[in-house]
Design a protein. Structure first.
Length: 178
C-alpha cells in the first residue's frame, strides 16, 4: 500500500511537470508594435525620432520624418496639427510662419523635404518625406515618456510614443519606441 501511494504520487508529479513543459509558447501580454499603422492612418514615421539638447541635461527639440502610408493620397501639411504630450503637460504646437524653418519654443516646422516631387510645396506626396522638428515649451529630461500626435485633416492621426535616453548628448539623441 505504501509503495502504491508513492507510485501514484510520482505519476501525479510527473504529469504536472510534463504539462508545464510543452512546445507551446505562452503569448503573454500583447503590446502594440511601435508605430504600427492603424486602420485609416495616412502618415507614418520613417526612421528614428531624435532630439537635440544640452549634454548631460535636457532635450529641447525633437526631429522626425514622416511619409505617406502606401496607397494613400497626398496630405497638405499646411492643414495638419501637432500635439505634444508628456507626463505633466499637453501642448498644441503652432507651425512656423510659412511652415518651413527651425521652430522656436511652442512651434513646429518642416526642416526639409526628401525626394521632393515637382516644385516646392507643402503637400506630402507619394515617396516624399517631410523632416519635421518640434520645439515643446518644456524640455525633456532623461527617461521621460512623450507622445507626439500628428493629425491630418482626415484619417487616423499618427501617434508617436517615445522615451528619452538615460544620457543626453548635444545632437542625435535617439528616443526609443515603447
Amino acid at each position: 500500500m505504501k509503495w502504491l501511494s508513492l507510485l501514484l504520487m510520482g505519476i501525479i508529479i510527473a504529469a504536472v511537470l510534463v504539462a508545464g513543459c510543452t512546445d507551446e509558447e505562452n503569448p503573454g501580454l500583447s503590446l502594440p508594435e511601435a508605430d504600427a499603422i492603424q486602420p485609416g492612418q495616412v502618415m507614418m514615421v520613417i526612421g528614428n525620432v531624435t532630439g537635440n539638447g544640452i549634454p548631460g541635461g535636457t532635450i529641447d527639440t525633437i526631429t522626425f520624418t514622416v511619409g505617406l502610408v502606401p496607397k494613400e493620397k497626398q496630405v497638405n501639411m499646411a492643414n495638419i496639427s501637432i500635439v505634444y504630450a508628456d507626463a505633466v503637460r499637453t501642448e498644441s504646437l503652432i507651425p512656423v510662419e510659412g511652415f518651413r524653418g527651425d521652430p522656436p519654443p511652442g512651434h513646429w516646422g518642416i526642416l526639409e523635404v526628401q525626394n521632393e516631387v515637382g516644385s516646392p510645396n507643402n503637400r506630402l506626396e507619394y515617396e516624399e518625406r517631410f523632416v519635421i522638428r518640434i520645439n515643446p515649451r518644456a524640455p525633456l529630461v532623461p527617461h521621460q515618456f512623450i507622445m507626439i500626435i500628428v493629425k491630418p485633416p482626415s484619417g487616423t492621426p499618427l501617434t508617436i510614443r517615445r522615451v528619452s535616453p538615460p544620457t543626453i548628448i548635444k545632437e542625435n539623441n535617439i528616443l526609443t519606441s515603447i
